[in-house]
Design a protein around this ligand. Structure first.
Ligand SMILES: N[C@@H](CCC[C@H](N)C(=O)O)C(=O)O
Length: 273
């Protein structure tokens, strides 16, 4: 299998070209390839495939390091766009519709290493995550081993819980991340973001990802944190979200508008396994 190793602010990927033939390995094989000691090592496997939706140019698939599929990957879609640009099949400064497992997104390659993406409108409907809650709200109380924890919940094509915290270095977060990610009220699991609001234009964020654990960055996590805090009126429409691996700019003008994410995409090496 030939592959391209890429990353988006430290969230790392193996990108495979399945435009001619889809060769999906079983989940155990994906997990073996993701192993950082005995495989290639990656947070997500991304495939590039022919689009199923005729309104889109290409489809991309997303699998976590444990082999589980996901509906979306924010850092990944920028890498897929940069990969397609390097292949010469999409142009710069041009809107291109790509099909993710959760539906179409629009990408625009700004430079060989920088991409902006229309990620669609944040979806706060609990059943769409799915999240077990009687009605939509900007905050929910989650019982975590007898302790109430306040979360926001939103889908960016994949499910996110966002917790506002005063200290990203709090050692309790190491345990809280995996516990929220596997909480029974999220039937399919959830990506858990810990957000520290620095000011109206800046959020600092750490994400424990469903299926991949703590990552250096999560693009949809950055979108989710900005959307949840914006909905509570705490940040501006344009906000920089800083993760351990780097910074993304998120722009969302509220309900009825789609959300834009802008950031880098980097090539690391080509390989064959
Ligand atoms: N790292 C990604 C998200 C990947 C999928 C996620 N772990 C899930 O299971 O939904 C991003 O940049 O958005």
């Amino acid at each position: 299998m030939r592959f391209t190793k890429m990353h988006g602010i430290g969230n790392d990927f193996v990108v495979v070209d399945w435009r001619d033939d889809v060769k999906l390995p079983p989940a155990e094989r994906i997990a073996a390839l993701a192993d950082r000691h005995t495989g290639i090592g990656f947070d997500q496997l991304l495939s590039v495939e022919p689009a199923r939706d005729p309104s889109c140019d290409w489809y991309y698939g997303v699998w976590n390091a444990d082999g589980s599929p996901s509906g979306q990957c924010g850092n990944g879609v920028r890498c897929v766009a940069a990969w397609l640009y390097r292949e010469g099949v999409i142009a710069r400064d041009t809107d291109v519709r790509l099909e993710s497992p959760s539906g179409p997104v629009t990408v625009r390659v700004l430079a060989a290493d920088r991409v902006t993406v229309d990620m669609g409108e944040p979806d706060f409907t609990p059943s769409h995550l799915p999240f077990d809650a009687p009605q939509e709200a900007s905050s929910y109380m989650l019982d975590v081993d007898g302790t109430p924890v306040t979360i926001g919940a939103v889908s960016m094509g994949n499910p996110h819980a966002v917790l506002e915290v005063p200290d990203l270095g709090d050692p309790h977060l190491e345990n809280l991340g995996p516990v929220v990610t596997g909480h029974a009220r999220f039937a399919d699991g959830v990506n858990t973001g810990f957000a520290l609001r620095v000011d109206r234009k800046t959020i600092r964020l750490r994400v424990h990802e469903r299926g991949s654990g703590w990552t250096r960055a999560c693009g949809t996590g950055a979108c989710a944190a900005a959307a949840v805090l914006q909905r509570r009126g705490l940040v501006d429409a344009v906000v920089d979200v800083s993760l351990p691996g780097g910074t993304l700019t998120i722009e969302w003008h509220g309900p009825g508008h789609t959300l834009w994410m802008t950031g880098p995409a980097a090539f690391v090496f080509e390989g064959e396994i």
